[in-house]
Design a protein around this ligand. Structure first.
Ligand code: HAM
Length: 403
């Protein structure tokens, strides 16, 4: 028997409904904020992710589904959505238009990670990317939108925020950090040692307890921001305070993708175990330029759908549509024109096999139907149908024409 690949899952029944409900809810809210749908290919040139997510990031260096296609091209299954959307923004020349663009997307992402609860190799994201708006009000609005999505889905969260500075304040900070890290090099884990040279900021994010306790004394970026970054970060926290959105400033929040600057944020849940990040995002004002577009400020986020699925509170399912059944073989054919007529307005389930009354009623219940319609010998003779409202329990017999 062939099984799905490790870290990949089929989705059906109740889970599939929950999935669709989650995406639909997010879409509805994103539209209210002016986002429109974008669909980009799952397969892209590997160079796209190397240049955007970053060569030294774990995603690019260890986790890519990368291969050579039959034409000899180095391609990759997207590990995240932002790079493709930025590529589309640039290759469709939207960077040359003075209009601000806002896109939402959802779909599968692929990362060759070690699977565990909440960590899959194929998982789904719902994401938004906003182009052309440099104001910190946009960062705030985006955080408000995510909070609203989680609220609509009945999900509680903690919000962590940080500022990663800009090309003015980040390089001197990085130098500062490297000299701090070099002094404690011997005591840090091998991963951190490797990162001191390749990507020192990521050291702050190390999950090793010993490293974390050593890093308590590290220089903090939020204390070394330039004037603009500092005042933007203060503005963001003030806006969140005024809006009553609780947050924690986490100076070690650096995110696992290299394109961020200034605002970075993560939404976490304490109800789902170790893989607790349910959404992440931030500003990436230089990425459009890195991918050969005109300088365009941008900010975005993505929610991990599988991570929140078990937390989503769906409204109680209402009985819906009509179940149609026949009690004699001759009556079966009479169901089809009725079904065709009613399908123009509601959901119809037709049982093709003639069955007894009780079995049909069980079928109607299983189909979640509001009404059961049956045709037996008497109805066939009289040109009528028998209908029961399964909610009010009211029954009646009406003529075929009246139906
Ligand atoms: P990310 O933090 O890598 O950011 O992923 C966003 C969310 O996807 C995570 O918070 C998590 O819920 C979910 N996720 C990530 N990896 C897995 C996995 N292996 N299994 C299940 N869920 C996972 C990004 O991808 C950025 N593109 C977000 C962004 C958009 N930044 C700006 N715009």
């Amino acid at each position: 028997m062939i099984k799905p690949l490790r870290g990949m899952k089929d989705l059906m029944f109740e889970d599939a409904e929950r999935f669709v409900y989650t995406i639909k809810t997010a879409i509805e809210i994103a539209k209210r904020y002016g986002y429109s749908y974008i669909e980009t290919p799952i397969l892209e040139e590997t160079a796209l992710f190397k240049r955007s997510v970053g060569d030294s990031s774990d995603i690019v260096s260890k986790e890519m589904y990368q291969f050579e296609d039959k034409g000899g091209n180095d391609v990759c299954m997207r590990p995240e959505g932002t790079a493709g959307v930025v590529r589309a923004f640039v290759s469709n020349k939207l960077d040359r238009q003075p209009v601000k663009q806002k896109f939402y997307y959802y779909g599968p992402m692929f990362r060759y990670e070690r699977p565990q609860k909440g960590r899959l190799r194929e998982f789904h994201q719902f994401g938004c990317e906003s182009f052309g708006e440099a104001s910190v009000y946009e960062d705030f609005t985006m955080i408000t939108m995510i909070s609203q999505i989680f609220e609509a889905l009945g999900i509680g969260f903690d919000l962590k925020i940080n500022s990663l500075g800009c090309p003015e304040c980040m390089p001197p900070y990085r130098e500062n950090l490297v000299s701090f890290l070099t002094n404690i090099k011997e005591e840090l884990c091998t991963d951190c040692n490797r990162r001191i040279d390749t990507n020192p900021i990521r050291v702050l994010d190390c999950k090793n307890e010993k490293c974390q306790s050593l890093l308590k004394e590290s220089p903090k970026l939020t204390e070394n921001l330039c004037e603009t970054c500092q005042s933007d970060f203060q503005k963001l926290t003030a806006l969140l305070d005024d809006a009553g959105i609780a947050y924690e400033v986490d100076t070690n929040l650096v995110r696992g993708l290299d394109y961020y600057n200034k605002t970075a944020f993560e939404f976490v849940s304490n109800e789902i175990g170790a893989q607790s990040a349910i959404a992440g995002g931030g500003r990436y004002d230089k990425l459009v330029e890195y991918l050969d577009g005109k300088p365009t400020p941008a900010v975005g986020f993505a929610i991990g759908i599988e991570r929140i699925m078990e937390l989503v509170k769906m409204p109680k399912k209402q009985k819906e549509g009509i179940y149609m059944g026949a009690m004699t073989p001759e009556a079966v054919e009479h169901l089809f024109p009725l079904a065709a007529k009613k399908r123009k307005e509601t959901k119809v389930t037709v049982e093709y096999t003639p069955k007894g009354f009780k079995t049909h009623m069980k079928g109607a219940d299983k189909a979640g139907a509001r009404y059961a319609l049956l045709i037996g010998e008497d109805e066939l003779k009289n040109g009528t149908v028998w209908i029961k409202d399964l909610e009010t329990k009211e029954e009646k017999t009406i003529t075929l024409e009246a139906f």
